[in-house]
Design a protein around this ligand. Structure first.
Ligand code: SF4
Ligand code: SF4
Length: 404
């Protein structure tokens, strides 16, 4: 008998998969109260349930991805608060990635600016050049001249223009103990090098050898922005760097990178260093710090890394430190990868709402693990003339570590 070509099941096509994922939704609406964009607009199309309906209609060819319709999908922050509370276990994150991949990058996506931000060497060079041109002095004038919705304006407001203070050193390893690899990322390798160095110091104090991988983008901004080819290239780069590391685990101090790293390395244990450090918390000694710190838990730390408990456990080891997390329900600061560049006004609305909540805690310091969130919140802190410093929690822990 001749082999007949099998008819493709809907599941084997991208739109079939999107339709299947969307069909998991029972439309109960339990996700609406935890969705930050629904809280902002009170519009069903800006809710998880509304977005699932839009994705389903697009995948089935029942709607046209006209700008107005796709914009509701583009506004999504990918915070995954909805996935966390969903009783039907809808894989909203997968649905969003697949839908954005099928639609391609959004018209709002600042391709050239992201191309720059994703290259740490270029960012360092540009910052040195900016300093040479005395950019910090005329930055405000430049910002005022750019249109309010310009992604370049948002980047200038958010990104530091001073030359990066340090690089994470790669020459230190502990002689004994399991070897773990640290993934420095792109923005974090430039603007959170202090946190990376802190992670190295804490991990070594806990008995691990640390191998620091080269700095490059994990591909998260491409993956979540529908730029599939860029995301695939980044995944291959991650796989190559991992294979060369000879480590047993991959770590990132930036929870926003973890989901993408896990996709690239499905058989590897990829985690937040806090999770690895927490079991050693009892053996670590920290100097007292009489300060009240407001703790911002990024969406990716809560919903992807799952390291909030480990973080609290470690911070509670610092004598006299008063740690005050933001009261529930968890929200999003609006940074959300490249969202703060694509929709700066919406991002600022979400951030200012969060800063009001943080202000009520009357903190001396703000802690947050995600560099994107911290830069975005930091811009709001500066705009409002507030005096809080902001740090990665690992930086604070390493500063207080007794033998450091
Ligand atoms: S909670 Fe889950 S099932 Fe209910 S509307 Fe939201 S996504 Fe759909
Ligand atoms: S990922 Fe966040 S912003 Fe997007 S629909 Fe879910 S809860 Fe709303």
């Amino acid at each position: 008998m001749m082999d007949m070509p099998l008819e493709k099941t809907p599941h084997s096509t991208p739109s079939g998969r999107i339709a299947d994922l969307a069909d998991q939704c029972v439309q109960c609406g339990l996700c609406l109260p935890v969705c930050p964009t629904y809280a902002l607009d009170r519009n069903e199309a800006e809710s998880p349930r509304g977005r699932i309906a839009i994705a389903s209609a697009l995948a089935r060819g029942l709607a046209d991805p006209a700008a107005g319709l796709r914009e509701h999908l583009d506004h999504c922050l990918g915070c995954l608060n909805c996935e966390k509370v969903c009783p039907a276990h809808v894989q909203y994150g997968e649905l969003l990635i697949a839908t954005r991949a099928s639609l391609g990058p959004s018209p709002q996506r600042p391709k050239h600016l992201l191309g720059l931000i994703k290259r740490p060497a270029w960012m360092r060079l540009l910052r040195w050049f900016g300093r040479w041109l005395a950019l910090p002095r005329w930055k405000d004038l430049l910002i005022r001249r750019l249109p309010t919705a310009s992604p370049w304006r948002a980047a200038l407001r958010t990104m530091p223009v001073a030359a990066p203070a340090m690089r994470v050193r790669t020459d230190e390893t502990h002689a004994e103990g399991p070897c773990v690899a640290l993934f420095p990322g792109c923005v974090a390798s430039v603007d959170d090098a202090e946190a990376q160095q802190a992670a190295v110091a804490l991990l070594q104090a806990a008995g691990f050898q640390v191998s620091v991988l080269p700095a490059f983008c994990c591909g998260a901004m491409d993956l979540h922005g529908g730029a599939t080819k860029g995301a695939e290239r980044a995944a291959r780069k991650v796989q190559k760097a991992w294979l060369a590391s000879g480590a047993t685990r991959l770590l990132s101090v930036t929870p926003g990178c973890l989901g993408t790293l896990r996709r690239a390395l499905p058989d590897v244990s990829v985690m937040d260093p806090l999770e690895l450090l927490a079991p050693h918390a009892e053996a670590m000694r920290f100097r007292p710090l009489a300060r009240r710190v407001a703790l911002h838990l990024p969406c990716t730390q809560l919903n992807v890394a799952g390291s909030a408990g480990a973080l609290l456990q470690l911070l509670h080891r610092v004598p006299q430190l008063d740690v005050v997390p933001l009261p529930p329900p968890a929200s999003c600061c609006g940074a959300a990868g490249s969202h703060l560049l694509e929709y700066p006004e919406r991002a600022a609305q979400l951030r200012d709402r969060m800063l009001r909540q943080l202000g009520a805690l009357e903190p001396h310091l703000l802690l947050s693990s995600n560099i994107g969130c911290r830069l975005h919140l930091g811009a709001g802190i500066r705009d409002q003339g507030l005096q809080w410093r902001h740090l990665h929690p690992l930086t604070l822990l390493a500063q207080q570590l007794e033998h450091a």
